[in-house]
Design a protein around this ligand. Structure first.
Ligand SMILES: Nc1ncnc2c1ncn2[C@@H]1O[C@H](COP(=O)(O)OP(=O)(O)OP(=O)(O)O)[C@@H](O)[C@H]1O
Ligand SMILES: [Mg+2]
Length: 243
């Protein structure tokens, strides 16, 4: 359970205060697939960054499984942050490292190594055949799958996704969403998915928060609709759509 209690975040820029979040309270259930929508600048990325302590709230507290981040010491915070992974719109892979080296990196930073686990997550995202390639040799969808593998290698409880499909075409978006759903169901991970794309929220999320100018306006139970099964085959998809 992730609990945000009256979270406000005010950035200071050129002696001006920018209120990115205004007393936001929210509970995200364990193993939920939670969506977050809102216009540009509404505070979505800030909200995610507070959950893995990339940013610290100006006021309010965040409780993860009942534990207050405000009250944790350095060591407890580090442990908690290690259980939270993040993926981004622009993938954020290291260009001069191979796929496999990119995936190993979080373990390396923790002073660990586990080749079997690295092989497992690469297999899970379907990137084993590309493990010795460099990011520049991959498509956008493949890069995001590597980023997901890199996120999974630390076995996170929470996966924060900041517009992970915004740079992808619809077929690759679908593949990435399918993978994120698999992460949620197979590993019990809580997935928080930020997107501008309402159809993706509708199709994949159980609940969604709507943000506007730093305020959380509402949290909606997403009505599951008959999922339009997308053909795995691109050619077939185009034909079905055009005919
Ligand atoms: N490091 C920062 N310093 C100053 N202001 C910031 C900083 N980060 C974000 N902001 C401001 O806080 C507000 C919320 O930004 P945030 O990035 O959370 O929005 P967002 O909903 O993710 O937008 P987008 O959809 O464009 O990614 C914006 O007004 C932004 O300019
Ligand atoms: Mg953002």
């Amino acid at each position: 359970m992730i609990e945000l209690k009256n979270i406000s975040k005010i950035y200071q820029q050129n002696q001006k205060n920018i209120t990115a979040l205004n007393s936001v309270s929210l509970r995200i259930k364990p193993n939920e697939f939670f969506g977050l929508v809102g216009e540009s600048g509404s505070g979505k990325s800030t909200l995610l960054k507070l959950m893995n302590r990339l940013e610290v709230p100006t006021s309010g507290d965040i409780l993860i499984n009942g534990q207050s981040l405000n009250q944790m010491n350095e060591q407890e915070l580090r442990k908690m942050v290690q259980k939270t992974a993040m993926i981004f719109q622009q993938f954020n892979l290291l260009q001069n490292q191979t796929v496999k080296q990119n995936v190993k990196l979080p373990l390396k930073l923790q002073g660990k190594s586990d080749d079997a686990l690295v092989a497992n997550v690469l297999e899970f995202v379907g990137m084993t055949p590309f493990q010795d390639k460099y990011p520049v040799q991959l498509s956008g969808g493949q890069k995001q799958r590597v980023a997901i593998a890199r996120a999974l290698v630390t076995k996170p409880d929470i996966l924060l996704c900041d517009e992970p499909t915004s740079a992808l075409d619809s077929q690759n978006s679908f593949e990435v969403m399918k993978l994120l759903k698999q992460v949620q169901t197979e590993f019990g991970t809580t997935v928080i998915f930020v997107s501008h794309e309402l159809p993706l929220i509708k199709q994949w999320c159980q609940r969604a928060g709507i943000m506007e100018k730093g305020n959380l306006l509402a949290v909606i139970e997403v009505e599951p609709e008959e999922v339009v099964t997308q053909s795995a085959n691109y050619y077939q998809q185009v034909v079905e759509y055009l005919q």
